[in-house]
Design a protein around this ligand. Structure first.
Ligand SMILES: NC(=O)c1ccc[n+]([C@@H]2O[C@H](COP(=O)([O-])OP(=O)(O)OC[C@H]3O[C@@H](n4cnc5c(N)ncnc54)[C@H](O)[C@@H]3O)[C@@H](O)[C@H]2O)c1
Ligand SMILES: N[C@@H](CCSC[C@H]1O[C@@H](n2cnc3c(=O)[nH]cnc32)[C@H](O)[C@@H]1O)C(=O)O
Length: 411
């Protein structure tokens, strides 16, 4: 494709999702009128695809200058990246299939742009700011973090007294994790697995590693597709929940013997490792929807393999002594590296929170540390979403309000 065709293709993708992101559109209209980000420079590291482009445009419409890098070496869509880079007040440095060096070069370019507000997905920008680029910290007003793992990293920095800027934990907004992590991952991880393998899910033993918000969504949709779902957990409460939702629960070393498709969603490392590969069935398919590329231990698998070859786009075959094991998208997020990411209607809420939190940082001086999304913003996003869906709900009457806040009434 020529550059002109790439830009055309990227812009078509952006227009399509924008038509399905009503809450972000309401915010765009407000930003257009009020220009709340005038004079601000927003530096971002997110998955560069169409819904993210819609967020970037919203921030630019709000008056900001924006520079963006990717947050995963395999999730950038180059046509969208190029289309974004052509737009006023936007620079995009993301590239698909970049090596680690190129990945961090792009992050550095975003920091060279000297942002005063950051948006991260996994905290790579903030990590760099606190290690090699500390000279930039004094001019940072604050940042936003998109995902669970990023928040774990930031809270660990806060515990160690290392976090030197305020960050809003956007992931922890209810209008984010209850929908994005659960319904978004539930749908898009299976979309990625199915379009990549072109295989049937019905009748298979599907093993879901972790029963957090992503795991619940992934298990729910696997069950709907007709799979026999097995969950592995380390948390007794979540294991119980998984069982009572109708799944089997067992340790991975047992699940490894019977699973046909494995999907990790823990945010932890080594969920599938040597001892599991030793007992895993011939033909097993391994995918990750958690984070980075450490949930499936590829070093173990590589060491055990007599050959490794690509057998279809985004599928690598590892030949072990007595079997073949298939890894999707190099163990990186299967929904983004082998698919188009979450549905637009879900990212609508996640990115509405991002846009509103960037505005909040621009308008409020926050102390260093990890902050929750102000509940009025979170509830506001839910109200706008319901309105856009044509759904109205009941209101408490005065009597109900008084009853709910009183203690005098008994049996
Ligand atoms: N693919 C995507 O688009 C997408 C979307 C949202 C979040 N994420 C990422 O997915 C990961 C999970 O996010 P979440 O919001 O579901 O987190 P969560 O904290 O709600 O759930 C993680 C679960 O994994 C379990 N777990 C941890 N170590 C385990 C182990 N060794 N074996 C089995 N279970 C284990 C935890 O007990 C927990 O229940 C994070 O890395 C997050 O950043 C990815
Ligand atoms: N950057 C790390 C961390 C996990 S990304 C997980 C985040 O991706 C976000 N996400 C999922 N789908 C999309 C999408 O289509 N566009 C942009 N972000 C997305 C989602 O909000 C979630 O919190 C990595 O790549 O491994």
């Amino acid at each position: 494709m020529s550059d002109t065709e790439m830009i055309g293709s990227g812009n078509m993708k952006i227009d399509w999702v924008l038509n399905h992101m009503p809450v972000l559109n309401i915010i765009r209209e407000q930003f257009e009128k009020e220009k709340p980000l005038a004079g601000h420079r927003v530096g971002m590291a997110l998955h560069v695809e169409a819904k993210t482009a819609a967020l970037v445009e919203t921030l630019a419409i709000g008056g900001a200058e924006v520079a963006i890098a990717g947050c995963n070496p395999l999730s950038t869509q180059d046509d969208v990246s190029l289309a974004l880079h052509q737009k006023d007040n936007i620079q995009c440095f993301a590239k698909y299939d970049c090596c680690t060096e190129e990945y961090y070069e792009a992050i550095d370019k975003v920091l060279d742009f000297e942002p005063d507000i950051t948006i991260d997905d996994g905290a790579d920008l903030i990590f760099k700011l606190h290690t090699e680029r500390t000279d930039l910290l004094p001019s940072i007003l604050g940042g936003c973090e998109e995902t669970t793992t990023g928040i774990h990293r930031l809270k660990a920095m806060e515990r160690d007294g290392a976090l030197k800027m305020p960050v809003i934990a956007v992931n922890d907004a209810m209008t984010k994790f209850l929908f994005d992590n659960r319904y978004g991952t539930g749908q898009s991880a299976w979309d990625g697995i199915m379009r990549t393998t072109n295989l049937l899910v019905a009748g298979k033993n599907v093993v879901i590693g972790g029963y957090g918000w992503c795991g619940k969504g992934a298990a729910m949709r696997a069950s709907g597709l007709g799979a026999n779902v097995i969950v592995t957990e380390i948390d007794p409460i979540r294991a119980l929940e998984a069982r009572m939702d109708g799944n089997s629960v067992m340790p991975m070393k047992e699940a490894a013997k019977i699973g046909d498709i494995f999907l990790t969603t823990t945010g932890n490392r080594d969920i599938l490792k040597r001892e599991d590969f030793e007992v895993i069935k011939d033909g097993a398919i391994l995918a990750n929807a958690g984070h980075f590329n450490v949930e499936i231990n590829l070093e173990d698998l590589t060491a055990m393999a007599s050959s490794i070859k690509t057998v279809r786009n985004n599928i690598k075959e590892y030949k072990l002594t007595d079997k073949r094991v298939y890894v999707l998208a190099d163990g990186r997020l299967v929904n983004l590296a082998a698919g188009d990411g979450h549905p637009a209607e879900v990212m609508d809420m996640s990115f509405a929170n991002q846009a509103l939190c960037v505005k909040y940082i621009a308008e409020n001086k926050l102390p260093d540390g990890v902050h929750t999304v102000p509940s009025e913003l979170d509830i506001g996003v839910a109200e706008m979403k319901l309105m856009s869906m044509g759904i109205s709900i009941d209101k408490l009457s005065e009597e109900q309000s008084a009853y709910m806040s009183g203690w005098e009434c008994g049996t």
